[in-house]
Design a protein around this ligand. Structure first.
Ligand code: HEC
Length: 148
């Protein structure tokens, strides 16, 4: 293979990488919608809660959770280490079945979903058009990926 041919191949490969990065960038920027095949690869970057829901969740967090927790415990590096790679269902289920300590399950499903929405917002995930659901099977389709 001549040197000219090799550099052509290398050039093409580099172009493919640039192209892939561009497509991912456009999808995450929301300028183009993800292909249908990516539906099952949905993530918490897709706008899975509403602004209003997160605001209600913040009020619940302050009223109920902040007696024992600071928001810092659930944001930044700590959040990433514990939750990235898991699904929104894992986060919801952990909180809904274990918290508040001493009275687990005492909030309504909508209140738990609100708290989860608030924690997602605190971590920089974007709000969207529809509220975070309370159904575990729906939540299971939403992967917690690195925050933007
Ligand atoms: C009465 C005190 C108290 C209240 C109120 C409370 N928690 Fe906790 N929470 C704890 C304790 C204690 C732990 C266990 C700490 C540990 O072992 O890591 C914990 C652990 C957690 C964990 C980590 C669970 C895990 O295993 O990863 C999360 C998430 C959490 N709490 C969220 C919440 C949320 C959200 C609320 C409000 C709905 C809440 N907590 C209310 C005391 C409380």
């Amino acid at each position: 293979m001549g040197a000219k041919h090799r550099s052509l191949i290398r050039g093409r490969r580099r172009f493919a990488v640039v192209e892939a990065v561009l497509v991912v960038g456009l999808i995450s920027a929301g300028w183009v919608s993800a292909p249908v095949g990516a539906q099952s690869g949905a993530s918490v970057l897709d706008g899975v809660f509403t602004e209003a829901q997160a605001t209600r969740g913040e009020a619940t967090f302050r009223r109920v959770c902040s007696a024992c927790h600071d928001t810092n415990e659930f944001s930044g590096g700590r959040f990433r280490l514990t939750w990235v790679g898991q699904s929104a269902a894992d986060l919801y289920d952990t909180i809904a079945t274990l918290m508040p300590e001493g009275d687990p399950g005492s909030l309504t499903p909508a209140q738990y979903a609100g708290v989860v929405a608030y924690l997602l917002q605190v971590n920089g995930y974007p709000a969207g058009e529809s509220a975070l659901p309370t159904s575990l099977s729906a939540l299971r389709t939403m992967e917690i990926v690195e925050a933007p």
